[in-house]
Design a protein around this ligand. Structure first.
Ligand SMILES: Cc1cc2nc3c(=O)[nH]c(=O)nc-3n(C[C@H](O)[C@H](O)[C@H](O)COP(=O)(O)OP(=O)(O)OC[C@H]3O[C@@H](n4cnc5c(N)ncnc54)[C@H](O)[C@@H]3O)c2cc1C
Length: 374
């Protein structure tokens, strides 16, 4: 089958749009979107051609997430975590696992956040201990997107030996001793199936280690942080774009019948200024996002700083634009049919996902004033 990225994206976005309201209403996992992504070759998008993948770039994955997020943010979240997990698998997984990912037989995610270290994902407190040819994992993971649907988790623990911060593992979801907490019933991203997962004496093959013992922190910083940040930013920007468009449409089409010429909301200068500011904010954050891809692709010295800036700017832009959308669309925005309140709820999540916006501003502030980040 000939692969055209734009065609595949539009096909998957159409499925995401069809099911978005039900996914939110029922807190249902977006299975239809994931199946469509598999069918159209997007689950293996960033796998290399050498293992049967599409050889797509992080920027390509960003296009997928941004477009899907305009329709269904839960779908975009699930795909974001898939691409974040598979970035690690592509770099450190076995050839067999990489082939499974490339063929779309794998749904990945990250299992980093823990009850102990919370949003400080770089400092897990969970353990890994050698047991012959196996490794025993014990953990209280606090949030895993796609917890009940992923094929396997990219998992962090303390190292088996030494004083480094962490080691990464590939942990099959059906491993004995893994317990997924109940269904997700959150404010937003209601279909993303984020749950706490407990590991009690879980045994996995020692060969499931991703990178060296103790190398987890480096992999988090070099592989996971850029991918996760740029793609969660893509989701925020897709939501922000949807909000800007829906609000402009509402302002253009909502009229006051008692006024001359059926005056629309857009005939009010205050409303026009709000809509204009939304447009400016979204376009500014999108420009930074695209420019950061260029910084990463060309290996620019400021790329890492730009990545931190982009996640913070995109998450906070989505939050601010969502606040304005609720104000401009008025009482109507409280009801489901305008389509703003769902995105308003969904847009709150990125700013508290680690690294959170507040952590990012602290890191950026440290970097630009010459302090060490950790
Ligand atoms: C919908 C959703 C899906 C998620 N999916 C995943 C997933 O798939 N995998 C995964 O590993 N995790 C996931 N997470 C978890 C997420 O990344 C965070 O770890 C989690 O939201 C932290 O919540 P907390 O209340 O424990 O944060 P806390 O650590 O208690 O933070 C509370 C507040 O303190 C602030 N704060 C903390 N430290 C600092 C600091 N140093 N400087 C400034 N402010 C600080 C934070 O910004 C935040 O506002 C998900 C979260 C959500 C909401």
């Amino acid at each position: 089958m000939n692969f055209d990225l734009e065609t595949a994206i539009e096909a998957v976005a159409a499925i995401a749009a069809e099911h978005a309201v039900a996914v939110d209403r029922d807190a249902a996992f977006p299975t239809h979107t994931v199946n469509a992504a598999r069918e159209h070759g997007l689950l293996g998008l960033t796998s290399s051609a050498a293992v049967g993948g599409r050889g797509g770039t992080m920027r390509d994955a960003g296009r997928v997430i941004e477009r899907v997020a305009r329709e269904c943010s839960s779908s975009a979240m699930v795909l974001t975590m898939h691409y974040a997990g598979t970035a690690v698998l592509e770099a450190y997984g076995s050839e067999a696992v990489r082939k499974e990912v490339a063929a779309g037989h794998h749904l990945s995610t990250l299992a980093f956040s823990e009850a102990g270290s919370r949003s400080h994902f770089w400092a897990p407190t969970s353990t890994a201990a050698a047991r012959g040819d196996a490794v025993q994992l014990d953990a209280k993971k606090s949030w895993i997107t796609s917890a009940g649907h992923a094929t396997a988790y990219v998992w962090s623990s303390r190292p088996m030996a030494g004083s480094e911060a962490s080691t990464l593992w590939l942990v099959p979801r059906d491993s004995k001793g893994l317990q997924v907490a109940g269904a997700f019933d959150g404010l937003g991203l209601r279909g993303n199936d984020s749950a706490a997962v407990t590991a009690t004496g879980v045994a996995i093959p020692a060969a499931n280690r991703l990178g060296d013992d103790g190398a987890g922190f480096g992999i988090m910083m070099q592989t996971v942080l850029p991918t996760f940040s740029m793609l969660i930013a893509a989701g925020s920007l897709g939501m922000a774009e949807a909000l800007a468009q829906k609000t402009a449409t509402h302002a253009a089409g909502t009229t006051y019948a008692h006024m001359a010429n059926d005056n629309a909301l857009r005939d009010l200068p205050t409303i026009r200024a709000y809509v204009a500011r939304m447009r400016v904010k979204v376009d500014m954050a999108k420009a930074l996002w695209q420019e950061t891809f260029t910084a990463l692709e060309t290996g620019r010295a400021d790329a890492a700083l730009r990545v931190l800036e982009t996640k913070a700017a995109a998450a906070d832009t989505a939050g601010e634009v969502a606040d304005t959308a609720m104000r401009v669309c008025g009482g109507m925005a409280f009801r489901k049919e305008v389509g703003v309140e769902r995105v308003f709820r969904d847009a709150r999540a990125a700013m508290v996902m680690a690294p959170t916006s507040d952590q990012l501003y602290d890191f950026i502030g440290k970097a630009v004033t010459g302090l060490p980040l950790f």
